[in-house]
Design a protein around this ligand. Structure first.
Ligand SMILES: [Zn+2]
Length: 262
């Protein structure tokens, strides 16, 4: 199919011309081009009026992820599950159910690492191993990525660019992981509801490489109970739900270091 390829050389030519017009030196041009390709974390889903996105992190959990999936199925809602690679390896059936029921999978590193503490090579390893763990279950590789703690180190954004991953943050954080009470979680989500909102929830737990039972520690029953409470309230209010990968990039929210030249 030669026709779709023909615009590419022209864009390249224009980029080179613009660089020349701006008077950038030959050494600066490749660095500027690289910086432009690095994506910024998206804090909103770009899907139109009254459309939101629900996200669930740190799983899959053999106990709580199926409960979350049951609630979502009862309301015909699709969500995004940002999984950790070590949990994926332990609970591949849960990963397959997530995908089979039409939800999106996101990469949440291998062991829930603080990426700023790692070398660029270790960041890449955390992300690539998780991609590989997901595809090993027979599910297609994630196209979304969320850094643990929202710690999008420059290295992770560079790997996102290389692997074709879109970095996704959030706009509503009910801090469900701290178990503040079902009603509190639900009310915080309802209060934060808005067009484009991305809600951060946790269906799993992740203790890192030293965790003797990754994905099965911690109590996420408040998260499940809150979902049962707030989801019908939001639906009654007119909201619908989607996953970020189905839409063009939304407004960026966790701002990394500004790319060169901007
Ligand atoms: Zn997390």
């Amino acid at each position: 199919m030669p026709k779709p390829r023909s615009p590419l050389p022209r864009r390249r030519f224009l980029a080179v011309s613009a660089t020349a017009l701006l008077g950038l030196g030959a050494a600066a041009a490749p660095a500027a081009a690289r910086a432009r390709r690095v994506p910024a974390p998206e804090a909103e889903v770009n899907a139109g009026s009254m459309v939101m996105a629900l996200t669930f992190d740190d799983g899959p959990s053999p106990q709580y992820t199926p409960q979350v999936l049951d609630v979502l199925r009862a309301h015909s809602v699709h969500a995004t599950f940002f999984v950790c690679g070590d949990n994926v390896g332990l609970y591949p059936d849960v990963v397959r159910r997530i995908a089979a029921e039409g939800h999106s999978l996101g990469n949440h590193t291998w062991s829930h690492a603080h990426l700023s503490d790692l070398s660029a090579a270790d960041v890449r390893d955390q992300m690539q191993r998780t991609q590989d763990a997901v595809t090993k279950t027979g599910v297609r590789a994630p196209v979304l990525f969320r850094a643990p703690y929202g710690d999008f180190a420059d290295a992770s954004l560079a790997v996102c660019a290389d692997l074709g991953l879109r970095p996704i943050s959030w706009s509503v954080d009910p801090t469900d992981w701290a178990n503040p009470g079902t009603g509190t979680i639900a009310d915080r989500v309802v209060a934060g509801a808005a067009t484009g909102a991305i809600v951060l929830n946790h269906d799993g737990t992740e203790g890192g490489d030293d965790d003797p039972a990754p994905g099965s520690g911690g109590d996420r029953s408040q998260t499940v109970a809150a979902l049962k409470n707030y989801l019908p309230r939001l639906i009654d209010a007119g909201y619908t739900f989607t996953t970020p990968d189905a839409h063009p990039p939304g407004r960026s929210g966790v701002t990394p270091q500004a790319p060169a030249g901007r």
